[in-house]
Ligand binder design. Sequence first.
Ligand code: NAD
Ligand code: IPM
Ligand code: MN
Length: 358
Amino acid sequence: SKVHKIAVIAGDGIGKEVMPEGLRVLDKVAARFDIQLQWSHFDWACADYYLAHGKMLPDDWFEQLRGFDAIYFGAVGWPDVVPDNISLWDSLLKFRRGFDQYVNLRPVRLLPGVPCPLANRKPEDIDFYVVRENTEGEYSNVGGRMFEGTDREFVIQQSTFTRKGVDRILKYAFELAQSRPKKHLTSATKSNGMAISMPYWDERVAAMAGQYPEVRQDSYHVDILAARFVLSPERFDVVVASNLFGDILSDLGPAVAGTIGIAASANLNPERNLPSLFEPVHGSAPDIFGKNIANPIAMIWSGAMMLDFIGNGDERYRQAHDVIIEAIEAVLVEGPRTPDMGGDADTTSVGKAIAERI
Ligand code: NAD
Ligand code: IPM
Ligand code: MN
């Protein structure tokens, strides 16, 4: 069967600790389902590559990566060595933009066995997706500073909402909502405070809603939407948001569902002309690096999403995805668990326990 070439970038901090567990589980499931995965490792991160070369990536990063079927990514960022704006704009954000991974798909589920910070919630109460726009919006390096050091000092940062960019993320979200039993789409807006971009976003939502009559659609300003994530997460099915709002909501959602240590994400190029990238929602967690206590489940779950995506509808790959999720669920119920979920197990034991169940 087809050999899938996967670029592996473990990155910084706990990226280096959780990546081996992701690979362990994927190798196991690949063997069971006769899926051929070929790993190529790249040391592109702050702590090694940047220190040696003075940049985050080689100049030909695009050419080196474009032929891969997918990128499996840990986390990048080590603020003591490289300022975060440089390390992220010169790696992860370049991949998302350069490979046109305009969908950032982030599942939020309360899994059995995970302690939930909200009282009396059952797993079926929290089960939704954040669909985050991933290539434009509030994330920008366009703008500048003037009159630095004077009392007239000012800073401008532009944001961009293109018709193509807004419509394609909304279309993805409407399609996803349409495919789910509840068929409900919530749009994050802020058309009261942001006088130009968000009214435009709302207009495009309204224009597209007509094409999806079966989808129940509502919009909330992102401030009260954040509150509703906490107060009534059961009301959500698919939540679509601009780049920054989606970033914030996709840390909040998983926290409400127990821990960001299990939050997975897929940076998708749905047209598949360039590689997609699969990574945990969390970062390099310098505060816990080196202790081998990071939760590897976000990394492992992201690997399951990668298999499903590269399978492109093939039932075998879907099953491989499902088997990983089942193994995660079983380990969450029976242990071992890492400290972020009240356990005392280390990263490696959790990875091994999940792999053993496959
Ligand atoms: P972070 O996600 O790295 O950590 C936030 C908190 O969550 C920390 O207390 C950390 O210990 C905890 N945490 C994160 N992942 C965990 C896991 N798997 N298991 C247990 N606990 C976990 O966010 P931050 O502190 O804001 O950022 C640290 C660095 O990572 C920065 O350089 C930032 O820019 C970068 N970052 C990178 C990515 C990415 O590469 N996709 C994402 C977010 C942050
Ligand atoms: C994420 C991260 C990134 C983002 C950072 C590291 C640039 O927080 O993937 O959610 O904001 O997109
Ligand atoms: Mn984030």
